[in-house]
Design a protein around this ligand. Sequence first.
Ligand SMILES: [Zn+2]
Length: 305
Amino acid sequence: MTPLVDLHRHLEGSIRPATALEFADRLGAATRREALVAAGHEGGLLPYLAKIETASALARTLDDWHRITAEAIADAHDDGLAAVELRFAPEFIAGVAGVDADDVIDAVSDAAATAGLPVDVDLIGIIVRDQGPDSALVQARRLLRHADVLAGADLAGDEAGYPVTLFAPAFRMVRDAGIPVTIHAGEAAGPRSVWDALSLGPKRIGHGVRGAEDPRLLEHLAASGVTLEVAVTSNVQTGAARSRESHQLAALVKAGVRVALCTDNPSVSDTRLSREYEVAASLVDEASLDLIRRHAAEARFGAAR
Ligand SMILES: [Zn+2]
């Protein structure tokens, strides 16, 4: 069977709750697990992202982020993964930790390089939407300076508030440098956001599940060969899917769209990739799950570079 690969896992959403609580103790901050881990429904993407921010804001040093990276890799290995693509936003981490964004990339990439576990680790640099298109250019230039340790680039953050079209210049720069791209779309916004994301030439789309609302888009996605990084538990928590039972996975698979099952934020969503496959087993048949595993392995940025 094709080995398990997670293509969409945020480092900032992979902070072990126990580690976050230890950091909170150190700060003398009263933090409870419920502030860090999502409930069944969070009522939107932004309340879900707030939990990531709460945990991230407790990690204040480069050593903390080194440790968080090492633990995230150990957790991926414990779950039996052959490969994980960890994505992180240097600008966001620098902002909450009060450190330099270039140093963040160095700390995370050093932790990945020295993990010493039999799991392939590749890093994806995130450009954060929430600071607007001018900041996106600065962030893109930073990622290019560290292209030797990055397998790809992503656009993430407040999808509904900052449409993807604002970021075309930043992503043109990244793609011109030969760095493969994935874009968060079709999660907090509808099919239009997926159409717009496709105009930036990504190899993959983060989630994209709301693309299932547009049959013409499904046809287009199937023909394009673009892979959707789908995280069922997270999609229910953020409201991208109304419920687990009515999740768009079956519709995407039926339409012939390439799908990779992912965790998104294992700690915030309280899940792991093997569990996401168990959840998906109630939505699609065994042959589809095999295909999903294969499509995930084939869509790795790390393997392509
Ligand atoms: Zn994501």
